[in-house]
Structure formats: C-alpha cells, structure tokens
Design a protein around this ligand. Structure first.
Ligand SMILES: [Mg+2]
Length: 173
C-alpha cells in the first residue's frame, strides 16, 4: 500500500470521529521504524513501518499536533533519521532521552512544553511498561505490535472518544 493510499485511508478513519486528540505522541523504535536506532549508523538511510508516514501526514493535514517520546540513548542518530525521512519538522516537540522512568518524565516535559492536558493526548508505543505507566497519567495509550498502522490508529481514536465507531454502518436508511 503506497504512502498516498495510507494517508487517504487514515484521513477517512480520522473523519469518522467527532473529537480528535489535540496531540498524538509516538515512540520511535519499533513504533515508527522497525529497529533500535542505537544499533544503526547515522550514515544509513532508515525506513519506516509501511503505514507510519501516511498516518503522520494525515494527522498533519487534520491539524493534529504530534510529538515524540523516545527513551533512545542515541538522540543524535534518532534526530538524523527523522531528518533523513523528512519528518523532523512535523513534531511540536521531540523528547528523546534515556530514563529510568517509563516515559512519565517524557510526558511531563511534553505537557509543560505544549500545554496540552494528558487527557487530550493519544500515545502509541510498543512496550507494555511504557503503556501502563503513561496510561496511569491519564493519556490514552495504545500498544502496537508491528509498528503503528491504520488498525492501531482506529483503535486509538476509538479508545480516545470512548465510543465505538461504526465505519461499516450501512448507507441504506
Ligand atoms: Mg519502542
């Protein structure tokens, strides 16, 4: 599935929901891209999970702010990859630092920098410990198994609104 197709599908999913999060926060390793960037060289050209870029562009088009919360110890490699992928400027803030906390520190910083309350955020991450810790702060947090994708986006928005979307509702009256 091409980037443009994913973006259009993501826009369609976003259109199903009356209320959208004000800020969507992404982990990097195994959420946006399928590797630990600390194990890679800055000289490499990284690639993302197949749906990731289309989803970012759809959120951008809908005016939803985005941020990064990563515990990667190699901020320089992470930033260079974001730059190479052409998505560096899409995030209102990038919190990339190792921490013993399971990203609660990252979210406190994001909250301070953006002024967005925790309950207006949506978070995607591949590690259960982070999901549990950040959920406790009041952020709707979605565990991704194979990177962020359209299914995870739909799940996140559904959980965020607290209602079940009905995308397959018949058009017949
Ligand atoms: Mg990760």
């Amino acid at each position: 599935m091409g980037e443009e197709k994913v973006k259009n599908d993501a826009l369609q999913i976003l259109g199903l929901f009356q209320v959208l999060p004000r800020l969507v926060v992404f982990d990097l390793d195994y959420t946006l891209w399928p590797f630990y960037c600390e194990c890679r060289s800055k000289r490499e050209m990284p690639s993302m999970y197949p749906h990731a870029k289309g989803i970012l562009f759809a959120l951008k088009e809908m005016g939803v702010d985005m941020a990064i919360a990563s515990r990667s110890p190699t901020q320089d490699i992470a930033k260079s990859f974001l730059d190479k992928l052409g998505i560096q400027s899409m995030f209102v803030t990038q919190e990339i630092f190792s921490s013993w906390t399971h990203k609660t520190e990252h979210f406190q910083k994001i909250q301070r920098r953006t002024g967005v309350p925790f309950n207006s955020m949506l978070f995607f991450d591949d590690e259960d410990r982070n999901i549990q810790a950040v959920s406790k702060m009041g952020v709707i947090s979605i565990l991704v198994n194979n990177g962020v994708n359209l299914g995870a986006l739909r799940q996140g928005l559904t959980d965020f609104t607290g209602t079940t979307s009905s995308p397959n509702k018949s058009k017949h009256k």
